[in-house]
Design a protein around this ligand. Structure first.
Ligand code: 26W
Length: 815
């Protein structure tokens, strides 16, 4: 037995009580618990070193971290793949099948949550002192079932078998209060909460790649202050005691499965305050242990990145802790707070910007509401002085528009707190997540603020970790790249990938490049076989759209084009069909449970597939599958296998997109609009290599105004008639979908599906043309990977560290 084999056997015996008859799940558990020990050694070494050196830290506050699986990532990042690979082999198991037993940690909805996970990987890999802070949800993103073509949601039970990747810190816990009253005596305000819960820390060590650093993601679990309220129990009020327990547990029970539309539920605000308060108390406790009450030094030791507005209550909480608890005067506290806090915006969709009713805030967090009122009073006073030269009416209008507390235009007599404005006013830096998005942020949603503080606004184009999203998920391509470049330096310096451009016309290299893609396609085909029982043709173009289902992302338009393709095929003679490029179209993505239109889009995709996939006339040439329960580990199989990926949002709506970068890295061509990071991907890999279509963001506002008399394409009208006529069944159910883009009396095609459809079909024809030219397709594929250097999250994090956080690498000595 190798030493690793011994370790695994020992875990199996002493932790799981198994000395024989193991199944794969057991092997996974035994392996994971053994890897955990290596991880914890590295973790402790790093944290001790950082504590000793006391550098400035960045704290990434996020309601979501979409981590996926950890086993392989940890083994690879710690450089243990040789030893574990050998041990597995000797025990008669394949590493991949063992890894496949792990549950996905799905504590996030989509882009924003997965970005946070990539950032942690880069922060650790770059040896930057930094931690993530979030919530340890008992239930993560729901599991998606597709029954009869309809989505249903099932709870994600991920913790029942134990979680080897976390360490509970019984001793690190903080009280978090809610509601109650404030009172003041001798100029000091005292908040007496009516309800309190305990936030208990769970540390999730985050190993950097090829370094000694192992960083931390600290997630908070909500527990009752005393397991049972003894007083209530003794007085016979058993129900009350249990109730309190349930109320506490509810806070960290479930991730809200909404992506982009806020749920105005009190529990959501409770979650936000819960993790923010615990995190700030934790950071301040550590600071005090070293620096006492020298709070002026605090901004030199800590900064907080707000991942969208979800943790914005941190501003009021930091003010409260500094003023009420630490006794600082308001001005000193405000100066510290504004130096420490920065805000990233991830969306310009107006409905996504969080606003909390004053009534709700005042009830749940009375002291914080007072603090926000004081901040706003100072802010509006500043604005009045600043704009004293304007006419009174004009000035009043401007001040009202920029006020943090505003009237809710939809609800009579309701005032609300605009969390994004609170974040902008309180932050040192505000950033968007791709060039075009940051421009829209300045020109549109925060324009008034930008005019006042142009220097506050920055761009930080997103990135993804090349470890998970190329090196580990695509071992075939990874090996080919390393063999070709003669080194694996590209894994930490992705600009090295540009050297692949030399091979873009090398026929021998083409052959190897294509062979890797074929292998990856076979791997995905096996998933389709298992899920649907279908064999798919491996000579077909694998065409993918995977992301949350949303009208602005226009999966609907993709389905319509598949319908068009099918109709064309049906009309063709056998001779004509011989010239057609076969396609397997695949969708994956979840709809928010209450997002009715998104659910109808899923149903349409499934019904279209039901018809097409069974048609003996066309099934060799066209397929359409909706892959259920899209998640991180499925993405790791899909992305390496894809040849064409769709990033087709209405221009100006997708802040960045990050899967586009993952596809690019893996040599997958893109059909897309000039939106989000697509624009920068085109710059790096060549716009001429991309299938670009649709209107530009600048033209969208005008088109939306004119949309009542927009001309539609006759192909579009025909397809609408087919759906309405019941070609895919369920015509009543599909009616709202049809109406939303074609009946101007009912819907209004806000996302310009009808408008962009003709140019989308043109781009699709171009795809077919190029795919037939195997050399040209392969050349482009290589150019995608070669141009992906910029989109490593390492580059993004270096920019944050330099321009916003001002933190420096600090690498711990080897163990
Ligand atoms: C409060 C409801 C809610 C929930 C989530 C509002 C907004 C969100 C997120 C901001 C949605 C999101 O994930 N946005 C995505 O962020 C990615 C990372 O920056 C971008 O790449 C995507 O374009 C953006 O849609």
């Amino acid at each position: 037995m190798t030493p690793i084999q011994k370790e695994v056997a020992s875990k199996l015996r002493y932790l799981l009580g198994k000395s024989k008859d193991y199944d794969l799940k057991d092997i996974y558990q035994g392996t994971a618990w053994s890897v955990r020990e290596h991880l914890i050694d590295s973790f402790e070494n790093t944290q001790d070193y950082w504590t000793e050196k006391d550098p400035k830290f960045v704290y990434y506050l996020s309601a979501e971290f979409l981590m996926g699986r950890s086993l392989l990532n940890t083994i690879y990042n710690l450089g243990l793949e040789g030893e574990y690979g050998k041990a597995m082999q000797q025990m008669g198991y394949k590493m991949e099948e063992v890894a496949d037993q792990e549950h996905n940690a799905a504590l996030g909805n989509g882009g924003l949550g997965r970005l946070a996970a990539c950032f942690l990987d880069s922060i650790a890999t770059l040896d930057l002192p930094g931690w993530g802070y979030g919530i340890r949800y008992q239930y993560g993103m729901f599991k998606q079932l597709i029954k009869d073509g309809y989505q249903s949601e099932v709870p994600d039970i991920w913790l029942t078998e134990g979680n080897p990747w976390e360490v509970k810190r019984h001793d690190i816990c903080f009280e978090v209060g809610f509601s109650g009253k404030t009172s003041s005596s001798n100029g000091k305000t005292v908040w007496t909460p009516a309800e309190k819960v305990m936030a208990v820390a769970y540390d999730n060590p985050i190993p950097g790649y090829n370094t000694t650093t192992t960083s931390n993601l600290r997630l908070w679990d909500a527990e009752p202050i005393t397991e049972f309220d003894l007083e209530a129990f003794n007085s016979g009020d058993y129900e009350k005691a249990v109730e309190e327990r349930e109320r506490a547990l509810a806070i960290s029970a479930v991730l809200y499965p909404n992506d982009s539309t806020p749920e105005g539920k009190e529990l959501r605000l409770k979650q936000q305050y819960f993790f923010v308060s615990a995190s700030l108390q934790d950071v301040m406790t550590r600071f005090k242990a070293v620096h006492g009450d020298n709070w002026r030094l605090f901004p030199e030791k800590a900064c907080f990145q707000l991942n969208d507005t979800h943790p914005t209550i941190a501003v009021a909480e930091l003010m409260r802790l500094l003023v009420d608890e630490e006794g600082l005067d308001w001005e000193a506290a405000w100066s510290i707070t504004t130096k420490c806090v920065n805000y990233t915006n991830h969306t310009v969709m107006p409905e996504a910007l969080e606003k909390w009713p004053v009534r709700v805030l005042a009830k749940m967090l009375p002291r914080h509401m007072e603090i926000i009122e004081i901040i706003n009073a100072g802010w509006t006073k500043f604005l009045e002085d600043k704009y004293s030269g304007l006419k009174a009416a004009e000035r009043d209008q401007l001040v009202e528009r920029m006020s943090i507390i505003q009237e809710n235009p939809w609800v009579k007599d309701e005032m609300q707190v605009n969390m994004a404005y609170l974040a902008v006013v309180s932050s040192s830096a505000v950033n968007g997540v791709a060039y075009i998005h940051s421009e829209i942020v300045k020109a549109d949603i925060f324009n008034d603020f930008y005019k006042l503080f142009p220097e506050k606004f920055q761009n930080k184009t997103n990135g993804v970790t090349p470890r998970r999203w190329l090196a580990f998920c695509n071992p075939g391509l990874s090996k080919l790249i390393t063999d070709t470049l003669g080194s694996d330096n590209w894994i930490t310096d992705t600009y090295e990938l540009s050297k692949l451009a030399k091979y873009a016309d090398d026929k021998a290299f083409h052959k190897k490049w294509r062979a890797v893609k074929q292998d990856n396609k076979a791997r995905l085909a096996a998933v389709i076989k298992e899920t649907f029982g279908d064999d798919v043709p491996l000579n077909a173009l694998f065409d993918i759209q995977i992301k949350r289902i949303h009208e602005y992302k226009r999966q609907y338009m993709n389905v319509l084009s598949i319908i068009w393709r099918y109709k064309q095929l049906k009309k063709m003679t056998p001779e004509e069909r011989k010239k057609v490029v076969p396609r397997v179209c695949m969708f994956g993505g979840k709809a928010a449970s209450a997002y009715d239109m998104a659910k109808r889009i899923i149903h349409l995709a499934v019904k279209v597939g039901d018809l097409i996939n069974k048609d003996p006339d066309t099934r060799d040439l066209l397929r359409c599958y909706f892959l259920p329960d899209y998640n991180v580990s499925l993405a790791e199989i899909i992305i390496p296998a894809s040849e064409l990926s769709q990033h087709i949002s209405t221009a100006g709506t997708e802040a960045s997109g990050t899967s586009n970068m993952k596809f690019q890295m893996n040599g997958c061509l893109i059909i897309g609009t000039m939106d989000g990071a697509n624009i920068e991907i085109a710059e790096e890999s060549g716009k001429e290599n991309m299938f670009v279509f649709g209107v530009d963001a600048d033209d969208v506002p005008q088109l939306r105004k004119e949309r009542k008399n927009l001309k539609t394409d006759k192909r579009f009208d025909e397809i609408m008639a087919d759906i309405e006529g019941g070609m895919f069944g369920d015509k009543e159910y599909f009616k709202p979908l049809v109406d939303s883009i074609s009946n101007m009396k009912v819907g209004n095609d806000w996302f310009l599906v009808a408008n962009d459809f003709a140019s989308y079909l043109d781009a699709q024809e171009e795809v077919d043309r190029v795919y037939k030219d195997v050399d040209e397709w392969t050349r482009r594929s290589i150019m995608y990977t070669a141009g992906s250097g910029k989109f490593s999250s390492d580059r993004t994090i270096v920019e944050y560290a330099k321009d916003i956080w001002h933190v420096q690498p600090l690498k711990p000595p080897a163990l």
